[in-house]
Design a protein around this ligand. Structure first.
Ligand code: ZN
Length: 496
């Protein structure tokens, strides 16, 4: 534990972090410096030992980085249900991008009979908002511990405009209505559009429908189209091509969500998909996000089980006793096929062991790859990525395997992420930026969540600051919840 002492005359700054090894989020090397905070802003970086401050933290031996940005989350509802967000704060995450994979809390009108993935999202029935403005208000009235940037889900737009019958393309009138809703949402501060083309809610949505909607983003600077592509298995190459074509035709920045190649037959295909992404990056803006595990997690669906060597059923509405069991064991007990067991267990959630470690590492190393957890809060036995993603990248992959430098790893979860998602005032340690910060021990940092015990906090995170307020220190979360809804920044380019 390090010394925190009070000083008099808090005129110059509120909070001074001294002697830190500052990793500023740009990807550049660490340097020894002090960082001063006043209100919610960084007001000084350098040799500031003489500056008077209300609170001084001696950070000798620790790294100071910008707060981590989790660019791929489904936290829209958790931010309101469990605003302390311990699974994020304990990792050093200070901002989440919600509304991914086509599902968002706003703009969305809940109704009965919606297909997957709507019926597997905890909290969706409790909290849905017809406008992004109403969601922003709910966040402002009950602030969470972390900031939120919200994407608008394509499937949420479809459900709101088309009702539960989503097994078809939208017609011209419906596309216009969705475009109007999206335009309004972006005007109210949404970060962009997301799609989940691999799910029944959007499987029948053709390229033209997506291009028409993504085109609306051109009117809103700094916004982005993020897509869970049509297929991550046998036709992953075609699906990446479709995503790249969408970005090119709509002329908007593109993010490929949780990029992966599922199924033994497709191991190694990341060499092809990353080369396609490199090619596309010569003409337009393309980025991707990835989580550091060889297992994925989603709704339990027949179409996903074929690619996986092993499947863990993490919860099942009709068979709660099956939570935590292997799908093959359940099928054997019941004397039925994997597919039949899957059908009987639904609605349900699952973890799929369906990836190759080489692909995961190759994708993480890509210069345009950001870190996003894709964690699913609110389920009984979540995939450990919910609690462990960021320390796992810093500890296991950067320090232990030396996949990239610590500074590069930090860049993939701060500066790069802020630039891609229109947050020009965050993601770097520099004067004038918002004071979202994380102090961690580079020797100690490690994820502790695993598939057996997925809800364990990580080690090595010392202090987390959100908008200038201490949210976590010395292993304990504070009562402060300083998170905000992050609006678009019309005067700042977010996509440099
Ligand atoms: Zn997804």
């Amino acid at each position: 534990m390090r010394e925190t002492r009070k000083k008099l005359i808090p005129e110059e700054c509120d909070f001074l972090i001294c002697n830190a090894s500052v990793i500023d989020g740009t990807g550049g090397p660490a340097r020894h410096a002090d960082v001063a905070i006043a209100g919610d802003q960084i007001v000084g970086v350098g040799d500031l030992q003489d500056l008077r401050a209300e609170t001084v933290v001696d950070a000798a031996g620790l790294c100071l980085a910008p707060g981590f940005i989790d660019v791929h989350t489904h936290d829209d509802w958790a931010l309101l249900r469990t605003p302390d967000m311990p699974f994020k704060i304990t990792q050093g995450v200070t901002t989440v991008v919600a509304g991914n994979c086509g599902i968002s809390a706003a703009p969305f009108r809940m109704q009965e009979g919606l297909p997957d993935p709507f019926n597997v999202v905890p909290g969706l029935k409790e909290f849905s908002f017809e406008t992004v403005g109403a969601y922003c208000q709910a966040i402002t009235e009950s602030p969470p511990a972390v900031n939120v940037r919200l994407l608008v889900g394509h499937s949420a737009l479809r459900a709101t405009v088309m009702g539960p019958d989503l097994n078809r393309p939208a017609n011209a009138d419906e596309i216009n209505q969705m475009a109007d809703l999206l335009d309004l949402a972006l005007g109210e501060g949404a970060a962009g559009l997301s799609s989940g083309l691999d799910y029944p809610a959007a499987l029948e949505a053709p390229l033209d429908e997506i291009v028409a909607l993504a085109g609306v983003l051109r009117r809103h600077k700094g916004t982005v189209y993020a897509t869970h592509i049509r297929d991550e298995g046998d036709t992953v190459v075609d699906a990446v091509k479709e995503a790249l074509t969408t970005g090119q035709q709509a002329e908007v920045p593109l993010v490929l969500s949780h990029h992966k190649c599922c199924g033994h037959r497709n191991f190694g295909k990341s060499k092809i998909t990353l080369a396609m992404i490199d090619e596309a990056r010569r003409a337009g803006e393309v980025a991707l996000d990835v989580y550091p595990y060889v297992a994925s997690s989603s709704a339990l669906m027949e179409r996903f089980i074929g690619a996986a060597k092993d499947v863990i059923v993490i919860w099942s509405a009709p068979h709660p006793d099956c939570g935590g069991r292997m799908l093959d064991d359940i099928a054997a007990d019941w004397g039925v096929t994997r597919e039949e067991a899957c059908t009987r267990l639904k609605p349900a959630g699952a973890v799929y062991f369906d990836m190759d470690e080489d692909d995961v590492q190759r994708i993480m190393q890509h210069p345009a790859a950001m870190i996003g957890s894709d964690g699913l809060p609110g389920t009984e036995k979540p995939h450990p990525r919910l609690w462990g993603t960021f320390p796992r990248v810093l500890g296991h992959y950067a320090r232990d395997l030396k996949l990239f430098s610590l500074a590069q790893a930090v860049h993939k979860m701060t500066g790069l992420s802020a630039a891609k998602f229109g947050m020009s005032d965050r993601g770097e340690i520099a004067v004038g930026k918002k004071a979202d910060l994380v102090l961690f021990d580079a020797d100690e940092i490690a994820d502790h969540a695993d598939f057996d015990t997925p809800e364990r906090p990580s080690k090595g995170i010392h202090t987390v600051v959100v908008n200038g307020q201490v949210a976590f220190t010395n292993g304990l979360q504070t009562s402060g919840r300083a998170g905000r809804f992050l609006d678009n920044q019309p005067n700042l380019r977010g996509d440099q």
